[in-house]
Design a protein. Structure first.
Length: 310
């Protein structure tokens, strides 16, 4: 098993990790019980990407047993994970030494992401949870239970559509480096690579697929001095997103990302009040289908969000 350090979660004496099975060539979830305090400290302090030999019971993620219960199997399926290893024991643990150039880059990105997680964990709550969710895509399973207002007020799209990380990163990089350091061509090549690296750094969350692809296409168009309509950019990002992640539109984040961005193409000229009203309206069916609840304050909340974003 190949395990990245930033994809290991320790909760009490329980360990959960996303891994890549080198034998069967598949993603898999590992559940294990930590035996002693020394082992717990090892997993909590580890920043190395590991190559492990693991024994356990292979099975499918559990189906929901109660109405309105979180569907773990469906959630993992959207990430192309269909199996999990239960009651796991680690027979051998060693540091992963990548041999391929792109694997070495990925290794460093995951190392820095783990460092960022440790840094955010040192912040007070709820700043730590919001920083991890918005900046590096690390949303803990209990996040929406601790802060129900995010979903109850319809603000869940802030963690699904915003893509503000990509926009701010692109604008900051352009303002700081394009005019003074790099030529247009060199800047496009570097920013294209940085956007891809940032996607990995953000845990490759599906809601960022659309803004990343749109940013890459915009860079390509500007490099060749082409004018590409926003409808074509949206369509290309959808087709490419489904090619990279076929389960994209079965995920709430993916659904909101593409639906709200599609809606914005036609209501961007309206005033903030109408934008908030219409954006809330189009999300109601998806929110109800996923959360089974809808809060009457969601429309005012969205109105103020669009008002202050002007």
């Amino acid at each position: 098993m190949h395990i990245y350090a930033d994809e290991i979660t320790v909760d009490g004496d329980r360990l959960k990790a996303k891994a890549y099975d080198e034998t069967d060539r598949q993603k898999i979830i590992i559940y294990s019980k930590i035996k002693n305090l020394q082992e717990k400290k090892f997993w909590e302090n580890n920043r190395d990407n590991l190559l492990c030999v693991v024994n356990g019971d292979l099975g499918k993620p559990q189906r929901p047993t109660n109405f309105n219960q979180f569907n773990v199997r469906k959630y993992f399926l959207t990430q192309s994970i269909t199996n999990q290893l239960n009651l796991s024991s680690f027979e051998k643990i060693g540091k992963w030494e990548p041999q391929i150039f792109f694997e070495k880059i990925s290794d460093r990105i995951h190392f820095f992401r783990k460092s960022a997680i440790d840094y955010f964990d040192s912040m007070p709550s709820p700043l730590a949870e919001y920083a991890k969710a918005l900046i590096i895509g690390d949303v803990e399973s209990c996040f929406y239970d601790q802060y129900p207002g995010i979903s109850d007020l319809g603000l869940i799209h802030l963690f699904s559509i915003s893509g503000f990380q990509v926009t701010y990163f692109f604008v900051f990089f352009k303002e700081k480096f394009q005019k003074n350091v790099f030529s247009q061509g060199t800047f496009s090549h570097i920013d294209c690579s940085c956007n891809t690296s940032f996607f990995v750094f953000s845990d490759s969350v599906q809601s960022l697929i659309r803004p990343i692809i749109a940013a890459e296409l915009s860079l390509f168009a500007s490099y060749f001095n082409l004018r590409v309509e926003k409808e074509k950019i949206w369509s290309f990002s959808l087709a490419t997103g489904l090619l990279l992640s076929p389960m994209l539109l079965l995920n709430l984040g993916g659904q909101l990302s593409y639906l709200l961005s599609f809606s914005l193409m036609f209501i961007a000229h309206l005033k903030p009040f109408k934008q908030g009203l219409l954006m809330s309206s189009v999300t109601i069916p998806i929110i109800l289908n996923s959360k089974f609840t809808w809060h009457f304050l969601s429309m005012p909340a969205n109105f103020f969000r669009f008002l202050f974003s002007e």
